[in-house]
Design a protein around this ligand. Structure first.
Ligand SMILES: Nc1ncnc2c1ncn2[C@@H]1O[C@H](COP(=O)(O)OP(=O)(O)OP(=O)(O)O)[C@@H](O)[C@H]1O
Ligand SMILES: [Mg+2]
Length: 248
């Protein structure tokens, strides 16, 4: 079982869009996939849940110590399952500090490790104790990065933090997200990424209204606009990411 985290300390950069689309594409490729929504905002859960399943679960992985297996839900898609967001997870940082366990995510997943080929973590936008658990658990941390100076600054802070904490740099892999090639700055940064992004994914996810419509369809992009540029870009990104995961 491989663990792929989609993380950025910046908000609104396309983490959830990437998590849902990549998880779906992995399942389409035959991988038994679990999307774990770690964000109390619950956006990934909302995209994938149908009917009444969107109700907040009474049981909490964190507060009541419920086990993962009992909280996993099926989705409309064959090999894709969901561990929905848990409102109690807004207190997660307090809990994690108390337990002081960076291994906690991997530990929680142990009982279902043989049931899945891939776990995708949709992370909330913060650099916190949860983030450390994510970095400890993940085989690869994908960082959606909008081609702007502020986003690059956030990426630099993240790279510095990882170095400071002794994680390997290769744990992180940025990709350009919400890129608008009509903008000079975006074009410049895409054509000549700064040195710290030397291992950036070749695929660029474009800014696209097709992605925004995920909220209308409450579904992965591939299911309703597979012919769009953005859908093609996610397919390419999935190929790249899968190749890296296979080597880990
Ligand atoms: N490639 C894209 N093109 C256009 N809009 C996008 C794209 N990716 C995401 N969006 C839109 O931008 C908004 C934020 O996207 P998303 O929720 O994926 O970001 P996020 O990083 O997960 O945000 P948060 O930090 O709040 O969790 C959403 O309205 C989404 O529909
Ligand atoms: Mg999100």
């Amino acid at each position: 079982m491989k663990i792929l985290a989609i993380y950025n300390l910046k908000g609104g950069v396309g983490k959830t869009a990437a998590a849902v689309n990549l998880a779906y594409l992995a399942s389409l490729a035959g991988q038994r996939t679990l999307l774990w929504d770690l964000d109390p905002q619950g956006a990934a859960s909302w995209y994938l849940q149908t009917g009444n399943a969107g109700d907040t679960p009474d049981k909490s992985l964190w507060k009541n110590g419920s086990d993962v297996a009992g909280l996993i839900q099926s989705t409309a898609y064959d090999k894709l399952q969901l561990l929905p967001s848990d409102l109690h997870s807004r207190h997660l940082d307090v809990w994690l500090r108390k337990e002081d366990g960076h291994e906690v995510l991997r530990e929680k997943l142990k009982p279902v490790a043989t049931q899945f080929d891939l776990v995708v973590l949709d992370c909330p936008p913060s650099l916190s104790h949860l983030a450390d658990s994510v970095f400890t658990a993940a085989d690869l941390v994908l960082v959606p990065t909008v081609p702007t100076h502020l986003s690059l600054r956030a990426l630099k802070s993240l790279i510095d933090y990882l170095k400071e904490q002794g994680y390997t740099r290769s744990l992180l892999k940025p990709f350009y997200s919400m890129a608008d090639r009509r903008r000079l700055l975006h074009r410049m940064l895409i054509e000549q990424p700064p040195k710290m992004m030397k291992d950036i994914c070749a695929t660029v996810i474009p800014y696209s209204s097709a992605v925004e419509r995920m909220g209308e369809h409450r579904a992965p992009l591939e299911t309703y606009e597979a012919y769009s540029y953005a859908a093609e870009a996610y397919r390419e990104l999935w190929k790249e990411v899968n190749a890296v995961l296979k080597r880990r």
